[in-house]
Structure formats: C-alpha cells, structure tokens
Design a protein around this ligand. Structure first.
Ligand code: FAD
Length: 330
C-alpha cells in the first residue's frame, strides 16, 4: 500500500487551525513523488466526527483508531497506536503538523517502529533514490538545516503554518472511506494522561485572534499596557508580548509570543516597542501583515514589517484608538 498516513491532530474531537496542515505537508510529499494517496488518521473515538470535514480535502481514506485508553491526549498511547499502523500498513510516509503534540506523537511512534524522524520540515524534495532532501527549521527557526532522510518509511512533521491547512482547488469533494481499527495497546501505553483541565482564557485567545496587539520593553510597565488592551478590544483582538515583558512580570507567560512562547499567525500583528529579535520573530513570522510602532526607525522589526510608524507608542496608540472611535460614531 503506497499511502501517506496523515495524523489529524485534535483535542477531544475539536480540530484547530493547524490540524489540517498535516494534509498540506502530505501534498508536498505527493508532489515530490512520494506515495500515491492520502489516508487521514483520527486517534480516539472522540475524533470520529471529523470524518465529514476530511472529504473536502481529497482524502480518500480515513482510519479511526479506537481503544479505551484513547479518550484524551496521551502521547505514548497515541505514538504506540501510530507505530501499530506503520507495522500493519507499511505506508510510504507518516506525517503530522510540527506542533508540540504532533512532534511528541511522531517521536514516540518512530522510536517504537525503529525509524528516523525528521521534525519541523519546511521543504521536501525527492532525491530520486530512497531518500528525501529536506529543509528543516532548527533553533526556533533561526537556522535552516539541509538534511537527507533515508528510511523505509518517511516519518516527518511540517512546521506549523508553512503548509496549507485549506482544501486545494484540485481536491475532489468525496466522502472518504472509513476504516475502524481497534488498537492493541500495551498495558502501560498511557503513562502520561490528562487528568484535569483549567481554563486560563476564554473567548478570543492569542492563538485564535485575527488581530494581535503586542508590546515589548518599550511599553515600560504593566500599567503601560492599558492602551494596547484598549486597541485590542476595539479591534476584537488579543494582547501579546515579548519575553522581556513576561520576565519583568508585566504580563503573564501565556501572552508571550516567540521561541519560548506561542507561535501565532494572525491577520495583523501590531508590534509596539518590540525590537524584533529572532526569538520573538519566529513566534509571529507567519502573521499575514505586520505593523511596527517603534521610536527606532532602524529596529529589526521596523525593517521587516510591512507597515511602520516611527514614534512613541504611548502617543500613537491612544491616537489610533481615538480615530477608530471617531470613525465608528460618525
Ligand atoms: C533561548 C532564548 C529564547 C527566547 N525566547 C523569546 C521568546 O519566546 N519571545 C521573545 O519575545 N523573546 C525571546 N527571547 C529574548 C529575545 O532575544 C529578546 O531579548 C526579546 O525579544 C527582546 O524584547 P523586546 O523587543 O521587548 O525588547 P528590546 O529588544 O529591548 O526592544 C525594545 C524596543 O522598544 C523600542 N521602544 C522603546 N521605547 C519605545 C516607545 N516609547 N515607543 C515605541 N518604541 C519604543 C526600542 O526602540 C526597541 O526597539 C529569547 C532569548 C533566548 C536567548
């Protein structure tokens, strides 16, 4: 069977933006001449409902993996289930999106199946023999590595937001054939499991907001974030920040964007008083548009942004909010 197995990540049956980007990564493999069809893998019965979405992506087959231990995210159990599929189906490749979970599951699966695993791939080329030439993002995206993957089954993850998670215009909208597989997990498969959940934020969150108003050292204090919060509320967006800000205790770590924070892809990222260090940039480089507000016209963020306003954010932000209010009430 020359299929590509695609892990469709979900959280208790809920798919998120990155869930279907693994299919985009599988498309890049097909384009490179690896595999002939895409089989989506839904782990745990809670994900069964996602089958209806998958037809639109040209997925021809869906494998639903069921087991009593697969009721919530459990990395070893998911990994073992994927390793079983590799052994049973001998696919051409196994792919996930390079999120924390996607990489964790494939790391377990590859280790059990005794295969190499290439994480965080950005580009795929078939070398013509039994190997792939890959470009991988390392060090949070500050280094692009050229590497060769030689394996009987290619196991890899694509960096989040690099491969499309949208159906392609070429996809034929079909109802995919569904196969239910009952996993034969070992007794200790679910050593790590979720036992409790605490909701830290609700409504618009940093990872889902279309607009993010983000502040750095230039904001100056916790109180200095008031105009950023105001603008974010006006635009229906969320507030983000740099690591300097969380280190200073001005905002919680859950707001931090970057290598050691969140990776986001909003429509608009407004960087206020943020210099644009590479560790910050990797967290927001997938933004569709970037507006920098900075006193330093030479700042890295200003050079990279599509739009920039050079000046003091404490004057510019209240003026922008006032103008939005004025236009809305006109
Ligand atoms: C391993 C590692 C991981 C890291 N992970 C992260 C991460 O996840 N996220 C992250 O953000 N950083 C991370 N960092 C830190 C990163 O290297 C930078 O130090 C940090 O991003 C800088 O934050 P900043 O831009 O807020 O501050 P600065 O670099 O000090 O920049 C402040 C900017 O504000 C401007 N400014 C000052 N006053 C005003 C004003 N009144 N109006 C407008 N502009 C003004 C200045 O011109 C300057 O450009 C990491 C570093 C390491 C080593």
């Amino acid at each position: 069977m020359n299929e590509i197995l695609v892990i469709v990540e979900h959280d208790r049956g809920e798919a998120v933006e990155t869930s279907y980007q693994s299919i985009g990564c599988a498309r890049a493999l097909l384009a490179a001449g690896v595999g002939t069809s895409v089989t989506a893998v839904l782990i745990g019965g809670e994900a069964d409902g996602l089958v209806t979405d998958l037809g639109a992506y040209g997925v021809t087959k869906v494998v639903q993996v069921h087991h009593a231990e697969l009721t919530d995210y459990a990395p070893e159990a998911w990994g073992e289930a994927v390793a079983e599929l590799i052994a049973a189906r001998a696919p051409a490749a196994v792919v996930a999106t390079g999120t924390d979970r996607g990489n964790e599951v494939l790391a377990y699966a590859a280790a059990i199946a005794d295969l190499a695993f290439a994480a965080n791939v950005t580009e795929i080329k078939h070398a013509g023999d039994a190997s792939l030439d890959l470009t991988r993002a390392r060090w949070g995206g500050s280094l692009l590595e050229q590497s060769k993957l030689i394996a009987s089954v290619y196991v890899l993850s694509g960096v989040a937001h690099v491969f499309s998670g949208e159906p392609s215009p070429d996809d034929v909208d079909t109802v995919a054939a569904v196969e239910v597989v009952v996993a034969d997990l070992s007794e200790n498969a679910a050593r790590t499991r979720i036992t409790d959940r605490v909701t830290l934020s609700s409504g618009i969150t940093l990872t889902t907001a279309a607009v993010v108003v983000s502040g750095g050292r230039g904001v100056g204090s916790a109180e200095g974030f008031a105009p950023l919060v105001e603008l974010a509320e006006l635009l229906g967006g969320a507030v983000g920040c740099s690591r300097v800000v969380t280190n200073n205790g001005w905002r919680p770590h859950s707001d931090q964007v970057g290598q050691t924070g969140k990776r986001i892809a909003p429509e608009l990222y407004i960087a206020c008083g943020i210099s644009g260090a590479i560790q910050h940039w990797v967290g927001m480089m997938a933004s569709k548009h970037v507006l920098a507000i900075n006193t330093d016209g030479e700042a890295n963020m200003v050079g990279k942004a599509e739009y920039a306003v050079i000046g003091d954010l404490h004057k510019i932000l209240p003026a922008v909010s006032a103008e939005i209010r004025k236009r809305r009430s006109a």
